[in-house]
Write a protein that binds this ligand. Sequence first.
Ligand code: FES
Length: 236
Amino acid sequence: MVVLRILRYDPAEDGRPAFREYEIDAIPGMTILDALIHIKENVDPSLTFRRSCRSAICGSCAVTANGKNLLACNTQLSDLKKKRIVLEPLPGFPILRDLAVDWGPFFDSYRAIKPYLITKSPSPEKERIQSQEIRKKYDDAAKCIMCSACTSSCPVIWTDGSYLGPAALTKVWRFVADDRDEATEERLALVNNEKGVWRCHTIFRCSDSCPKDIDTAGCLEFLRRMVVWYSLTGRV
Ligand code: FES
C-alpha cells in the first residue's frame, strides 16, 4: 500500500490549500499518473490534474512529488522508494485547481523569445541544408517538451516573474546555435538584460529537474558566452 498525500485547492471554494490522503494498492509498474487516474475514477472524481499523451511527450503532467519536479506519466511509484508520496502543483505558478497550475506566465515568456526559425535571405529551391555537427550543438536543447519543470524549479522565478526562465532561454540557445536561423543579434539583444541571461544565478535546479535530462544550466552558459562575445565585438 502507498499513501498519496495530495495538495487540494479550489480557489472558488477553499480558503487555503490543504492536503488530503489517499491510500492505494500500488501494483508493480504503476506510475504516479496511473495512481491519480485511479483515484479520480474510483475514489474522488473532483481531483484535478493535467495529462494527455501518457508517454512523456506532451509535458502536461508535470507535478512536484516529494519535493522534486517530474513527469507523473513516466515516474513509477516504486521509483520514489517511499510508502508516503507528497504530490503538489508545480511551484512558481498560480494554482488553478489541485495539481493544475496557470501556465499563462510560462507561455508568455515562451512567446516573447520568438520560438521559431527566423530567416531573412531568399528561400532556397529545396530545404535549408544543415551539417550533422551543427545539429549536434543544439541536440540537447531541441529535446525540450515544454513541461515547465525547469522553470518552475528555479527559485529566481518564485520571486521575480519578469525573468524569462530556463525553458525560454534554452529555446533561445536552440535557435542561436542553429545556423539556419538569421536573427542571432536580435535574439541575443532580447536576453542581454536583467530579465534574460543575467538574472540566472546558476543554481542548477533547472538541470536537476528536467525529465528529458537537458542540461539547461549548460545551455544558458553557452548563451551567456555568446552574449559576451557579441557585446565585445559591438554586435549587441
Ligand atoms: S501525459 Fe504527456 S508528458 Fe505526461
